[in-house]
Design a protein around this ligand. Structure first.
Ligand code: HDE
Length: 712
């Protein structure tokens, strides 16, 4: 059984320290006999104990009662927000000692691998909701450091909706399903939310982010994380700096398109979960670099926004992000409930060297997270659950409470004491010392004037978007506000966003049946922050997923060589056919199709390949499902590749106006708008490389008017 005896001395943290600690609690049931929770072996579990075969069940059936009682109590309250999530284990390593800024031990020694557990989440939906809804994503990391647990409880957007935590229950109530009918699930597209938006101008900036592509990430592995609130680093001289935390994914930041996200929500509601699970199982470990923006205390008032206002970001162009380490996620959980569901994060879990600021959103969070765990995990001892247990030893005078697991020795549970020489004893040298910020003010229920610029950064964000990102934001407004039934609110949305940009407001009005603004809106912001546009992100093909549409009579060489090229680039391939099972090539070689058009769909891939082979191409051209598959990939701006006779099939789809390798072309790879074709089996090497480049591009937005021209 579990070895939960705490070590008294300083823990020697290694990459696998947390895994080893968890192993002490993990139970293997292979080759075991069925028992009760009291360890009594059972002879049968298929029938309850009855008075006669057709008689009533007996009260004394302890096995029935125990089994049923446990089942009846198996659910705990889901998180009030961020209910749906998915976790993974890994480690963090800093790149260099950060001693100048912080004494946090896990940021000092690049040779130390600090174990971490990360939970990604959506915010609004309930535990069973779909992964790909339009929403903010949570990105919470628990570092099991030698100085105790540090939680970086982040989101995938750098700002938040509101200034002050006291408004959190209001905004959450407005966005959650409406209370009278519990509709809609996991969606902001309804009256109460937009009613709240138009009544609360501080939301303007966050709405721009929420309606941008950031709200529908392609993968948890491809999104940034932001600490949002302003924290402090404090060094061993007691000197502090203001900081913002960033996680930067090494695969870049990439998103789905809205039509795709909605379809995935039906076809594969676990899309983001499965993506993370599969990537880790395949050894494609997600990696995120940790960055910090660091500000001197004396620069606190240097900006045209308040650095304590969580509805503002610090433009990276003004305050560069210093990359200080990397996190690698390399192990899936063994048990979802024990780990992902029971993990309890809290922004107040800090270690010496990291401290808070007066950011009023952060201040309120410092209350909420501990409080919420008390109801969710049923009492004050949740820190003893294996996933929450620190690697650093715990010694204090806290005792009792539901589900206490440690057996604390001795008569003393108070301080000071003489019986135990005052142990456990405070440690003035190494113990946590709060930063001694001077605070002096009147008690007021008020908001600082410096927070009241609601629109200028929303405009900065809008100015920073590429054309396609702007188009997607406008379409998101059309969807979200189009679902609002109250005409007055629609008009108020138009009027509110006229403060951000007139063109934006006019476009919103067009799509939702409101009147365009009659006055020129916007404000004086003309600058842009290129770092917030996803167009400028890292672009690699690695870990992407490609569908090969194959039928009997395919060209074996086309398939195997292209597959090898993709695999060498870290791209995975699935063979999709009308029927799952063995396919024969034109020269009678075999290939196994793992998916059919019912088990999978175009929206679940990053790209499509159609090989040569006359019979294969003819079959595909006569299958509506294959045509639809390619049309949809084209419409969603994904890379498409085809060789030899496969191109004839492409010509019969809706891929129009893109140059394909013609019959007269006998050698060159033709690449246009992310469609890569070749009529020469001898040069598949170059073809593979071009295809990989097109996949790395993520999407090919230059395909003009695809949305209008391609049905579906
Ligand atoms: Fe949270 N938030 N939050 N939040 N939050 C919770 O704590 C809260 C905020 C974030 O995977 C809850 O354990 C308040 C910002 C993540 O388990 C709760 C306010 C950011 C997670 C809570 C905020 C976050 C939570 C619900 C406004 C980004 C999921 C369950 C003042 C920096 C953690 C729980 C996980 C979860 C309160 C705003 C991130 C109720 C009061 C800003 C990633 O305590």
């Amino acid at each position: 059984m579990a070895d939960i005896k705490e070590q008294k001395q300083k823990p020697n943290i290694k990459e696998d320290s947390k895994t080893n600690q968890l192993k002490g609690f993990s139970v293997n049931h292979d080759d075991t006999k069925l028992t009760t929770n009291q360890g009594v072996k059972l002879s049968s579990t298929d029938d309850s104990l009855k008075a006669g075969e057709r008689g009533p069940t007996l009260m004394e059936d302890f096995h029935f009662r125990e089994k049923m009682t446990h089942f009846d109590h198996e659910r705990i309250p889901e998180r009030v927000v961020h209910a749906r999530g998915f976790g993974a284990h890994g480690y963090f390593q800093c790149y260099k000692p950060m001693t100048e800024y912080t004494k946090a031990k896990f940021l000092q020694d690049p040779s130390v691998k600090t174990p971490v557990f990360v939970r990604f989440s959506t915010v609004v939906g309930s535990r069973g909701s779909a992964d790909t809804v339009r929403d903010v994503r949570g990105f919470a990391t628990k570092f099991y450091t030698e100085d105790g647990n540090y939680d970086l409880v982040a989101n995938n957007m750098p700002i938040f909706f509101i200034h002050d935590a006291i408004k959190f229950p209001d905004i959450v109530h407005s966005i959650k399903p409406e209370p009278h009918n519990e509709i809609p699930q996991a969606s902001a597209a309804h009256n109460t939310f937009w009613d709240f938006v138009v009544s609360t101008p501080e939301l303007a900036h966050m709405i721009m982010w929420l309606l941008s592509d950031r709200a529908i990430p392609r993968s948890y592995r491809m999104m940034e994380g932001f600490g949002v609130n302003t924290f402090r680093f404090v060094n061993d001289m007691g000197k502090a700096h203001f900081i913002k935390f960033h996680w930067k994914p090494l695969l870049g930041v990439h998103s789905l398109v809205w039509d795709e996200a909605q379809k995935i929500a039906g076809k594969a509601p676990d899309f983001n979960r499965r993506d993370l699970w599969d990537a880790i199982n395949m050894g494609q470990f997600p990696e995120f670099e940790l960055g910090v923006q660091i500000l001197k205390e004396e620069d606190e008032f240097k900006f045209d926004f308040d650095i304590l206002d969580a509805t503002k970001f610090w433009p990276e162009e003004d305050v560069p992000v210093e990359i200080i380490g990397k996190m690698t996620l390399n192990r899936n959980t063994e048990n979802f409930f024990a780990e992902t569901e029971q993990v309890a994060f809290h922004p107040g879990n800090v270690v010496p060297g990291i401290d808070f600021t007066n950011d009023p959103l952060l201040q309120g969070r410092l209350f909420s997270y501990l409080d919420t765990q008390l109801i969710r995990l049923g009492g004050p001892n949740f820190h003893e659950l294996p996933i929450n247990r620190p690697l650093a030893p715990i010694h204090n005078n806290q005792r009792d409470g539901y589900h206490r697991m440690t057996i604390d020795q001795g008569a003393v549970s108070y301080s000071p004491n003489s019986i135990q020489n005052n142990a456990p004893m405070p440690d003035p040298k190494n113990g946590y010392i709060h930063y001694q910020e001077k605070v002096d003010g009147k008690k007021v229920r008020a908001r600082s004037e410096s927070f009241k610029d609601f629109y200028r950064q929303a405009t900065l964000f809008w100015n920073s978007m590429s054309d396609i990102e702007k188009q997607h934001i406008i379409e998101a407004f059309h969807f979200e506000v189009g679902k609002v039934s109250c005409k007055k609110i629609k008009q108020q949305v138009v009027d509110m966003f006229n403060n951000v940009d007139s063109m934006l407001a006019t476009e919103i009005a067009k799509g939702v049946g409101a009147t365009p603004p009659s006055t020129v809106g916007g404000n004086d912001v003309v600058a842009a922050s290129p770092a917030v546009s996803m167009e400028n992100t890292i672009k690699v093909a690695q870990t992407r997923k490609v569908a090969f549409l194959v039928e009997n009579g395919f060209n074996y060489q086309d398939v195997t060589q292209t597959m090898q090229a993709l695999k060498d680039a870290g791209v995975s391939v699935e063979i999709v056919s009308k029927n799952i099972g063995v396919l024969n090539s034109m020269d009678n070689q075999e290939l196994e199709a793992g998916q059919n058009y019912l088990t999978t769909a175009s929206v679940l891939y990053d790209a499509v390949f159609i090989p040569g082979g006359r019979e294969c191409a003819n079959t595909l051209a006569n299958q509506g499902d294959s045509m639809g598959f390619v049309n949809e990939a084209f419409k969603h701006a994904k890379a498409i590749a085809s060789s030899n006779e496969g191109i004839d099939f492409l010509e019969s789809t809706q891929i129009q106006g893109v140059a394909l390798a013609g019959m007269e072309n006998t050698g060159d790879v033709v690449t246009e708008l992310g469609v890569v074709t070749i009529r020469n089996t001898a040069d598949l090497g170059k073809f593979g490389q071009e295809f990989i480049k097109a996949i790395a591009e993520h999407r090919h937005w230059a395909r003009k008017d695809i949305k209008e021209k391609v049905p579906g």
